[in-house]
Design a protein around this ligand. Structure first.
Ligand SMILES: Cc1cc2nc3c(=O)[nH]c(=O)nc-3n(C[C@H](O)[C@H](O)[C@H](O)COP(=O)(O)O)c2cc1C
Length: 250
């Protein structure tokens, strides 16, 4: 039997619906079915919370496709197939957010550099365009170097109407809250996988939208550079107890 977890599939866009099993293409415009995510890991949620930190320096080592798939699932993957509910909460399950991945040269072992869009329902990514766009993205983010240096950068955009059509103006705050939930899921999943990230809110919206070729109705909210780290942040129970004791003493 074929081991589907480590094989990428491409179905040709606009083709005859034929699905080929092949090595990831370097030139075709395609859709990649990602390896299914793990539902158990080796780090507890408490440890991930304790060890999470905004990290702005990464190793040059590429991510594996499994790691990228896990991160995308943590961001917006399906966690209740019966209802189609996703990993992060959403006001009335209106799901206003879209996720893009800007993959750098050698950013992901099995993928060529390019910009991809995540499809949560199929757990797939579709190539939008090929090439390493991290430098352009960093320029749009006021030259924050971690945007250029990270092997991959996720971009979260929002289609406000999906939520405001139900909640009016108040929906705007709901969309921003949801982006925060997704950001935290990505922080915790990166930590649990021995990676680092930092959410970036400082950038020119129009420049980012143009780079990722998002439609006008999508508004970029977060850039999220991600990479492996030499060492995760450490926190010991003793250190924490000492901190609180000192503050309680006044
Ligand atoms: C909405 C938001 C926007 C942020 N924007 C940036 C940013 O543009 N650049 C950056 O380096 N860090 C950014 N950060 C990360 C914060 O600087 C970081 O969370 C803060 O220093 C606390 O550190 P910690 O995340 O390690 O706890 C942002 C964080 C949030 C929540």
């Amino acid at each position: 039997m074929r081991n589907d977890s480590c094989v990428l599939h491409i179905s040709t866009v606009g083709g005859m619906g034929k699905e080929e099993e092949t090595a990831p293409p370097t030139s075709a415009i395609g859709e990649y079915y990602l390896p299914l995510s793990k539902l158990k890991g080796t780090m507890s949620v408490e440890e991930a919370i304790a060890r999470r930190r905004s990290v702005r320096e990464y190793l040059s080592e590429p991510l594996s496709i499994e790691e990228l798939a896990q991160l995308l699932w943590a961001a917006q993957g399906i966690t209740d197939p019966k209802r189609g509910s996703r990993a992060a909460p959403s006001a009335s399950a209106t799901y206003p957010l879209e996720v893009y991945v800007v993959v750098g040269k050698n950013g992901v072992k099995e993928l060529s550099a390019g910009i991809y869009k995540y499809n949560p329902l199929k757990h797939s990514i579709k190539l939008i365009k090929q090439g390493d766009y991290r430098a352009d993205l960093a320029k749009a983010a006021l030259s924050q170097p971690w945007v250029n240096k990270a092997p991959v950068v996720m971009v979260i955009t929002a289609v406000y109407e999906r939520t405001t059509s139900r909640y009016g103006e108040r929906g705007i705050r709901y969309v921003h809250m949801e982006a925060g939930h997704v950001g935290q899921n990505i922080y915790l999943q990166t930590t649990a996988l021995g990676m680092g990230t930092v959410v970036v809110g400082a950038f020119y919206d129009d420049m980012v939208r143009e780079i990722i070729e998002a439609p006008k109705k999508e508004h970029p909210l977060y850039l999220i550079p991600i990479g492996k780290v030499a060492k995760l942040h450490e926190l010991s129970a003793e250190e924490l107890a000492e901190y609180y004791e000192k503050n309680r003493r006044g």
